[in-house]
Structures are given as C-alpha cells and as structure tokens.
Design a protein around this ligand. Structure first.
Ligand SMILES: Nc1ncnc2c1ncn2[C@@H]1O[C@H](COP(=O)(O)OP(=O)(O)OP(=O)(O)O)[C@@H](O)[C@H]1O
Length: 221
C-alpha cells in the first residue's frame, strides 16, 4: 500500500509577546502513531490546530506528500482532528453522525454494534456521557477515510475499558493511517506510540524511553 507523508516544519507561534512554538519539525507517515507529550501550556493543542489549519501562525509549512497544505482540513480525505473539547454538535443523532463520518458500511456496522454505542444509536449526542461521546468521536475519526488523524487528549474522561478498546482500534487503523496523538495519560501515549516526542520550551525533542522523559524534566525521577 502507498505510504502517505505529513510533514510539518518551521512552525513559529507567539501569543502577543509570549513565544509558544519555535521552529518545530515533525513528520508522520501512514503506519505511524506519533505521540506528543508535554506539560500543561507547552503548546500541544496549538501545534495540532496549526497542522489542521484552524490556527494561523507566523511561520509554518505543512505538507502532505510534499505538497504545501496550509489548510489540511480542506483536503479530501486529508486530515481529521479531535479537539480537546470534542467536535460533535449535541443535537445530532448518533446513527446519523456515524453514517456521515464513516463511509464504509462494514465500519458503520462495527461502530453501531459496539457495546458502548449500540444502546444509543437512536439517541442524540447530548444524551451521551462525556466519556462515551469522546469514545464515539475518536472512533468516527479512526474509521473515516482520512489519511491522517490528530487526537488531542482522546483518553481524558474515558474509562479504562474504553481506553483499551480505543487502543485496539488505534493499532488496527494506524496500519493505514498516520496518527498524531497527545494526552496527559503519558503511559498510554508511551505504550501506543511508534515515535515519541516531547514538546518543551517551544521545541520538539525525540524521546527514546522513560529515561529521556525523566532527564528532560517531564517526569520525576
Ligand atoms: N488564544 C490564546 N491567546 C493567548 N494565549 C493563548 C491562547 N491559546 C493558548 N494560549 C497560551 O499558549 C500556550 C499554549 O497553549 P496550548 O493550549 O497550546 O497548550 P497545551 O500544551 O495544549 O496545554 P494543555 O496540556 O493544558 O492542554 C499556553 O500558555 C496558553 O495559555
């Protein structure tokens, strides 16, 4: 299967006088799960928004398969994004959004018959608990047609058993997609990621294991 490549470089972002991102480079190919760790406020969400194209920065170059893509969300089957606070509107019906986001009929059935979702198929999104709603939102993106998925805190508020299920779906779907994922449940990110990065002082560091996270001051010794 053809590999697709998402590359991001030269990202510079300030909010007023405050420097948040300086000269970030990141690459994600289909088949990769790139985990981005970092302390609160280090700029993880801002970075994902810039990659998606919903936040403009002073400098950025986002390329898909070597083609400059400033608004990756406009690309057909390009990039999908889970913001921290979700994206489904509360009045939408669960069954309807599944059919809207997921085109493959087998995948629609897979989600509709999932044990967390099936009893809510006729319900509206607002009737879902926060964790179930997040589970559904992640599943919709993982089973969408897009080549890349950006996940901002997909595990927060989700119960351990649903996290395990998401792990399984992530691993399965990442065979054909590139995933960039960030969460404060760092052990999950360390477990699931094929490449691990740490965002610190506006820069991206490659991380090879827990020792690097201690050395960089992200974790206590
Ligand atoms: N619209 C904004 N205006 C001014 N400052 C902002 C704005 N959005 C974010 N910031 C600041 O930019 C920095 C990075 O924010 P961002 O939300 O990207 O961090 P984060 O790593 O995702 O944080 P968290 O892990 O807490 O979600 C923070 O210091 C934040 O206060």
């Amino acid at each position: 299967m053809k590999k697709h490549k998402l590359e991001v470089d030269s990202i510079v972002l300030h909010y007023g006088q405050k420097s948040v991102l300086s000269d970030i480079y990141l690459k994600c190919e289909t088949g990769d799960i790139v985990g981005v760790l970092g302390r609160n406020g280090c700029g993880k969400s801002s970075l994902l928004k810039i990659i998606f194209g919903s936040l403009r920065s002073e400098h950025s170059s986002v390329r898909i398969n070597h083609r400059y893509t400033p608004c990756s969300f406009r690309e057909t089957n390009g990039v999908q994004y889970l913001p921290q606070n979700g994206y489904l509107t509360s009045a939408s019906k669960v069954e309807k959004v599944i059919k809207l986001f997921v085109l493959n009929k087998d995948h629609q059935q897979l989600i509709l018959s999932d044990r967390n979702i099936k009893s809510f198929r006729s319900a509206r999104v607002k009737e879902l608990s926060t964790g179930t709603r997040k589970f559904l939102e992640v599943m919709l993106l993982l089973y969408s047609e897009s080549k890349f998925v950006l996940l901002d805190e997909p595990f927060s508020g989700v119960s351990p058993i649903m996290i395990e299920q998401l792990f399984m779906h992530l691993k399965h779907q990442a065979k054909n997609k590139g995933v960039i994922i960030t969460d404060h449940l760092y052990e999950h990110i360390v477990d699931i990621s094929s490449k691990l990065m740490l965002l610190k002082d506006g820069r991206i560091l490659n991380i090879n294991g827990k020792e690097d996270l201690v050395e960089s001051g992200y974790l206590m010794d």
